[in-house]
Write a protein that binds this ligand. Structure first.
Ligand code: M6R
Length: 591
């Protein structure tokens, strides 16, 4: 999850670049670097460190690195280890420096050709290839930087958000976007670039969002953009400061802060979308009614946590709306042959709206005969929103924690609303809708109650500190909830965690269960409870240690081999959202 910042000004921009990198730290990274130029006679200076941006800031201050043109990067290693050499910026012939987000799939082939041309590679990265390729296309200065970059990117297979500077053309930064987001920050007599506008919040609130395939030349007082051979204008959008989101406040971690924001953001997400008795369909936009009337089945596509939300929604769509629904992982869907039933609505779910596989799936779907594409997304200005036929936004505010929490629960709230509006067309009565909406309006309070379980969870968390593996179990609609719990634990604690539909336990995974393998189960009070209890007995019989999150009404009892955490009683339809909350708390299990 790399980050890019670039700046061109009449003043020294090193502070702007380093502050930008700090603002992107939340994305996760393992090394950082900066390259700068100060006027035409300057030599290209770069500085790179492994570890925190703080280290880079200290080195930059010692080295007194300065310049009016610069690019900077935080790297998350994909090709080659996290080393100083592999950190960006990468350079070619001491003239060109680049920073790159994304992955170049044909880099080996390009590297071999460039080696034959005499280029010397100093890194194991795919990105270094781009620096040499652009240098080669410059033909010793006969071709301008912008034209060389345009030519070079035609040779790249893969994804890139790219920033290039060249010692011999020190009045510009060249940028290009394909599969990885880039924005241009518009200043007065100075301009900036970044992979996320948040990085530039200290210098501007005006942004140009580059579209897929755009290439731009960013100079002091001018921004020129090309799409293919056409020179084009892209609108400038003013973006409100997200500085409050970017502060941890009283919380130790962003993830904890975001977990606690859920009652409020769920409320914000439901505001204006439901009345006391019904869902306000116009929340989906003006085209929605006509589209929904045509829908007979739903295809959901997403990645990671957002995919889990889609899997929960499949149950709602099939039980409440009686509409067949498939939920697919975007990285799989985009590469396979698909058969589209007439009347299928294509739905993507994404926090960022910039996930490459989800975007690629949307573009693939657009070539098929879907009724329309709906995006459920948290970022109004994202590519996903812009490229979908219509959208509904989660009002989660910026999610800075890499592990998704509030985005997931707000997505679920909207997916439930979607199920209700479609159910209206398949026989849901007004009284039934009123009951569902009444239940939904209780959600912020229920989440608030569930958040109070933190103490109980902290108590049992100590028993996890010496564990390397864990199993999460859920049945039916709670299986994706268990998957989400397992994802949170592995992402945050690095404890190996797998989720299984509880009924599958006896078909193999039970063999792994012993006293060293904690088994976490979600047990709402529903029709499958009896079956789940039977599965949990299988775990006890193998000497497994059970941690059961159980609906308070069940009165599940703790004993030596089973610790129970009582989850607030909730309407059955809301149980997947309410049970998610304690599973997110794995964050507090850590010191
Ligand atoms: O921005 P998106 O929702 O499209 O991101 C998809 C996944 O990368 C994301 O949900 C990821 O799985 C979570 N951050 C994990 O907590």
């Amino acid at each position: 999850m790399c980050g890019i910042v670039g700046a061109i000004a009449e003043r020294n921009v090193s502070g702007i670049l380093l502050e930008g990198l700090k603002r992107l730290e939340y994305r996760g990274y393992d090394s950082a670097g900066i390259a700068m130029l100060n006027g035409s006679r300057d030599k290209l200076t770069d500085l790179k460190t492994v570890g925190k941006v703080k280290k880079l800031v200290t080195s930059a201050s010692k080295a007194k690195i300065r310049g009016n043109l610069g690019i900077a990067h935080t790297r998350w290693a994909t090709h080659g280890k996290p080393t100083v050499a592999n950190a960006h910026p990468h350079s070619s012939s001491k003239e060109i420096a680049i920073v790159h987000n994304g992955i170049i799939e044909n880099y080996q082939e390009l590297r071999e050709k460039l080696l034959k041309d005499g280029y010397v590679f100093k890194t194991e990265t795919d990105s270094e290839t781009i620096a040499h390729l652009i240098h080669k296309e410059r033909k010793g200065g006969k071709v301008s930087l912008i034209d060389a970059a345009k030519k070079a990117i035609t040779k790249l297979d893969g994804a890139y958000g790219l920033c290039v500077m060249d010692k011999t053309e020190p009045d510009q930064i060249v940028v290009a976007r394909s599969g990885s987001p880039l924005v241009i920050g518009v200043g007065i007599g100075e301009n900036f670039v970044a992979s996320d506008p948040l990085a530039l919040g200290q210098v501007t609130d005006r942004f140009i969002y580059l579209e897929e395939g755009d290439v731009a030349k960013v100079s002091l007082g001018d921004i020129e953009i090309w799409h293919g051979n056409r020179k084009i204008n892209r609108p400038i959008t003013t973006v409100e400061s997200r500085s409050k989101d970017a502060e941890k406040g009283e919380y130790k971690h962003f993830m904890l802060k975001e977990i606690h924001e859920q009652p409020q953001v769920i409320k914000d997400t439901l505001d204006g979308r439901i009345s006391k008795t019904k869902v306000l369909e116009q929340a989906f936009g003006v085209k929605a009614r006509e589209i929904f009337d045509k829908v007979k089945t739903v295809q959901i596509v997403a990645c990671g946590t957002s995919f889990h939300a889609g899997q929960v929604a499949k149950y709602w769509l099939e039980t409440i709306a009686k509409i067949p629904c498939s939920a697919d992982i975007a990285s799989d869907y985009r590469y396979r042959e698909i058969i589209v039933q007439p009347g299928t609505l294509f739905v993507t779910i994404s926090q960022s709206g910039e996930t490459a596989d989800t975007l690629a799936a949307l573009r693939y779907a657009k070539k098929k005969k879907y009724v329309a594409s709906l995006a459920i997304c948290n970022v109004a200005t994202s590519t996903l929103v812009r490229e979908s036929d219509f959208c509904i936004l989660t009002m989660a505010g910026q999610e800075i924690g890499v592990a998704s929490t509030k985005a997931f629960t707000t997505q679920l709230a909207l997916l439930l609303i979607l199920s209700i509006v479609l159910a209206r067309r398949t026989g849901l009565k007004a009284t039934q809708e009123a009951k569902l909406v009444k239940d939904l309006s209780k959600l912020p309070k229920l989440i608030d109650k569930a958040l109070r379980l933190s103490k109980d969870i902290k108590r049992i968390s100590k028993q996890f500190s010496d564990k390397y593996h864990s199993l999460f179990l859920g049945r039916g609609i709670q299986y994706p909830v268990a998957k989400e719990g397992a994802l949170k634990l592995k992402e945050i604690s690095y404890i190996h965690a797998e989720a299984y539909p509880a009924g599958e336990l006896k078909h193999g995974p039970l063999a792994l269960v012993d006293s060293k393998m904690p088994v976490i189960a979600v047990a709402p009070n529903n029709d499958l409870l009896g079956k789940l209890r039977a599965n949990l007995s299988e775990v006890s019989a193998r000497g497994g240690m059970l941690y059961v999150f159980a609906d308070e009404s069940i009165k599940f009892e703790s004993d030596k081999s089973c610790k129970v955490v009582n989850v607030p009683i909730s309407p059955e339809v809301l149980a997947p959202i309410v049970f998610t909350i304690p599973l997110q708390y794995c964050r507090i299990m850590l010191p």
